[in-house]
Write a new protein. Structure first.
Length: 104
């Protein structure tokens, strides 16, 4: 439902979301940096923070990718768009399960 909802929102919106893609990319880089910090520093509920931030970032990227899917008419870029949407789905799945902590 998560991907379907944000994908439909990105597909239906008329507003150009390419500006959000740039911010989402840099937020993703910051999320990777936060994950590296979590390896060395024990932050309380750091995994939950990581999971929520990952869901927000990949929600934006899902909307951007579905809008690119709607606007693009070039058939040669279809595999790249499909791979991008697949990676969004995979990363949402990983974000959901990275927030679980079994050491409680």
């Amino acid at each position: 439902m998560f991907i379907a909802g944000f994908g439909a929102a990105g597909y239906a919106t008329r507003r150009d979301l390419s500006v959000l893609a740039r911010y989402a990319f840099w937020a993703l880089v910051a999320l990777i940096g936060f994950n590296i910090v979590l390896i060395f520093v024990n932050i309380p509920d750091g995994a939950l923070i990581y999971a929520i931030l990952g869901l927000v970032i990949f929600a934006v990227l899902t909307m951007v990718d579905f809008q690119r899917l709607r606007r693009n008419t070039d058939v040669t870029s279809a595999p790249l768009l499909a791979a991008s949407i697949f990676l969004d789905i995979l990363n949402v799945f990983l974000s959901v399960f990275s927030g679980r902590s079994d050491n409680r």
